[in-house]
Design a protein around this ligand. Structure first.
Ligand SMILES: [Zn+2]
Length: 306
């Protein structure tokens, strides 16, 4: 009896131990998200360094509009993208002006096409391919028909949609962090950094649990982060926590080979995790993901009112 129990325990452990945990790191709003003038290059340098140290095959999503100042290409900003390419990292299209999918489809399409400005030539020159598209705010369309038409357009333009599963509000925390940085408020910086790592742990635990509950296994997850000062300072720590959780870093191409990414998606106008979209399409109403502390939410709202 005892032997049998032992066997069961070992098998359980084996099946848990055999879980192949994979994650894709995706970094949006390149060349820089809400960064202070003069810090763009160093923010990216530090993010690229953290990625290279762990051989992370990350992908950055670019807003080509940020490469221009008053309608003219700013070559120092284009240089930042070249640094990504030189580091062996991939780049994708995140539209020109980062507009949500609540505008006429023709305008949205134009924003996608304008998103290739400067970017396509840079990628072509490096021998790479511009092949992934990330929706701003993860909004895929206000109505199912819009979403479907947009998907056809994107496909015709040669794009694969880059979904997100480890969805989170890092952008909100990063906004407060940037304020604290400019105010040189070291105690706020410390507490925001600590909340960042704890919050992201909770985000990972939540989505891992949803993946297990819905699919009975761990899928290759896709983490959404932004090119901001918060990550320039703390991406290294975040990556190290992912490694501690048992993850290895893979390309978006590898992750999307998992059949989960072919599952039907519930239409939503919101920027939900793709796991949530699959669950809703299957008639499951999942719990809501973890939230940032009230303190950070209030801080963010206060900044918005100024
Ligand atoms: Zn974005």
């Amino acid at each position: 009896m005892r032997a049998r129990l032992f066997t069961i325990l070992v098998l359980m452990q084996l099946s848990l131990g055999a879980q192949d945990l994979r994650v894709v790191i995706t970094i949006d709003d390149l060349p820089c998200a809400n960064c202070a003038e003069g810090t763009w290059a160093s923010v990216n340098e530090r993010i690229i360094d953290a990625l290279r140290q762990r051989d992370v095959p990350a992908i950055g999503f670019v807003n080509a509009g940020k490469l221009e100042q008053e309608g003219h290409l700013d070559s120092t900003r284009l240089d930042i993208l070249q640094q990504w390419i030189d580091a062996g990292l991939e780049l994708g299209n995140h539209t020109f002006a980062h507009r949500g999918a609540n505008i006429p489809l023709a305008e949205y399409e134009a924003d996608v096409r304008d998103g290739e400005r400067h970017l396509r030539a840079l990628i072509d020159a490096s021998g790479g391919t511009l092949r992934y598209f990330r929706h701003p705010f993860l909004q895929t369309g206000p109505r199912p028909g819009y979403r479907d038409s947009l998907n056809v357009l994107l496909n015709d333009m040669g794009y694969t949609v880059a979904p997100v599963t480890f969805d989170n509000d890092e952008w909100m925390l990063a906004y407060c962090y940037e304020h604290a940085k400019r105010a040189n408020d070291t105690s706020a910086l410390r507490s925001l950094a600590s909340e960042y790592l704890h919050y992201m742990d909770a985000v990972m635990r939540f989505h891992e649990a949803q993946s297990q509950a819905f699919l009975g296994r761990a899928i290759p997850q896709v983490l959404l982060l932004h090119a901001n000062t918060l990550n320039a300072d703390h991406l290294e720590a975040l990556l190290s926590r992912l490694v501690d959780r048992g993850y290895r870093f893979v390309t978006l191409e590898e992750a999307l080979k998992d059949p989960a990414y072919q599952l039907p998606e519930q239409h939503t106008r919101h920027g939900y995790s793709w796991i949530r979209r699959w669950q809703l399409a299957a008639g499951i109403k999942p719990p809501w993901p973890p939230e940032l502390s009230e303190k950070v939410q209030e801080l963010y709202n206060a900044f918005q009112q100024h």
